[in-house]
Design a protein around this ligand. Structure first.
Ligand code: TYM
Length: 371
């Protein structure tokens, strides 16, 4: 059995990201690329410093073009199958940093059709979740003048034209090899990769000239770019879309990524303080079975989601992260204390996020793109 699985619809096991770079044929994000981004942004980002974004395709070409005056567009997305969890915010917060740094347009796809094809949800439910999720996207602080959010079902006239051209250049045998489709897969899902590829070329279509596209997303989405969009691009006369990939924020259980389908180990942006306290309180940790053993032997921060959350999102200060790791290993920090610190940080973050989310309700129309 494989040690791990990474596909757009399933992420499981203990992922070896270095191996994944080789398997997927991407490139590691080098220090010199990180420096180029940070220089343009005028500030560093903890996602870059801590290698949470770790891999890319053609980022160097996009940056070279930008240096010569060729603006690019950002593209990312969400499959609206439920409430947003804090793992989804990882690529979105980084996309916001990139938008600010490069002052570029962002196209944000909400694949309500995809989630109707793969989940036990009605089209009305996936549409409602799309609008719910859009509030979280807007709450990340994107520029309304430069950010365009669309639902596949509401922007279908434009998207279908592009998706058709992608589909025309993609055989079933390619799609099956990339996504593992079988005789039981419904036809909607078999066509769907062409729709997720379509926004890679949308800026070029809308502007009437070729615009390179850079996609920040976790590595689970890579098959769409590797197998479909980047194959179709030269055949259609468009630049191949570039990517920058992030690792997964783990769930609160033992191993595995945070996943919307496991409500006990996922923290949703809609969770209230009590829910957060409870979920964090019940989290798996790298600690010992009792206080005496913890004091004597220390904990294991490497396998601890509580530590990982500080590292991923909730502690800006690199020194403080290092300090927590040392305190954990030496047995000076108990899991109960660490969990309490985390719940406070998460609740403070979510309180602010919820305020921005409330405001987003009034702004949403400024962002929506429809035919
Ligand atoms: P979805 O809704 O599964 O995920 C939305 C975004 O969140 C990333 N992600 C995570 N990142 C860090 N930690 C996690 N635990 C975690 N779980 C998910 C995903 O990689 C994604 O970037 N089919 C897509 C929607 C889509 C899309 C796109 C995504 C359409 N076009 C372009 C990225 C780029 C989906 O269902 O994503």
């Amino acid at each position: 059995m494989a040690e791990y699985t990474v596909t757009p619809w399933e992420v499981s096991g203990k992922i070896d990201y270095e191996k994944l770079v080789k398997e997927f044929g991407t490139k590691p994000l080098t220090d010199s690329l990180v420096k180029r981004i940070e220089k343009q942004a005028g500030k560093s980002h903890l996602f870059l410093r801590r290698k949470i974004f770790f891999s890319h395709r053609d980022l160097d070409l996009v940056l070279d073009g930008f240096d010569k005056g060729q603006k690019f567009a950002l593209y990312t997305g969400r499959g609206p199958s439920g409430h947003t969890h804090i793992g989804h915010l990882v690529p979105w917060l980084f996309t916001k940093y990139l938008q600010d740094a490069f002052n570029v347009e962002l196209y944000f796809q909400l694949t309500d059709d995809e989630k109707f094809f793969v989940k036990d949800l009605t089209p009305e439910q996936t549409r409602d979740f799309a609008y719910e999720n859009a509030l979280d996207i807007i709450a990340c602080g994107f520029d309304p003048k430069k950010t365009h959010i669309f639902l596949d079902t509401e922007y279908a006239k434009t998207l279908y034209g592009i998706a058709s051209r992608v589909a025309r250049k993609t055989t079933f045998s390619t799609a099956r090899a990339v996504f593992g489709f079988s005789n039981e897969t419904n036809l909607g899902l078999i066509f769907f990769p062409a729709l997720q590829a379509a926004p890679c070329f949308l800026p070029s279509v809308l502007k009437g000239k070729n615009i390179p596209v850079l996609i920040p997303a976790a590595i689970d989405q890579d098959p769409y770019w590797r197998g479909i969009a980047r194959e179709a691009a030269p055949k259609l006369g468009y630049p191949k879309p570039a990517q920058i990939h992030n690792t997964f924020l783990p769930g609160l259980g033992e191993g595995g990524k945070m996943s919307a389908s496991d409500p006990r180990t996922a923290i949703y942006t809609t969770d209230d303080e009590k829910a957060v306290d409870k979920k964090v309180g019940n989290a798996f940790t790298g600690g010992q079975p009792n206080v005496a053993m913890q004091r004597e032997k220390g904990g294991n921060p490497d396998i601890c989601p509580v530590m990982h959350y500080f590292h991923f999102l909730f502690e800006e200060d690199d020194k403080k992260v290092e300090e927590q790791i040392q305190l954990c290993r030496s047995g000076k920090l108990l899991c109960g204390e660490h969990k309490k610190m985390l719940a406070e940080k998460v609740n403070a973050f979510l309180k602010k996020h919820r305020q921005k989310r409330e405001k987003a309700k009034k702004q949403i129309e400024k962002f929506m793109l429809r035919d």
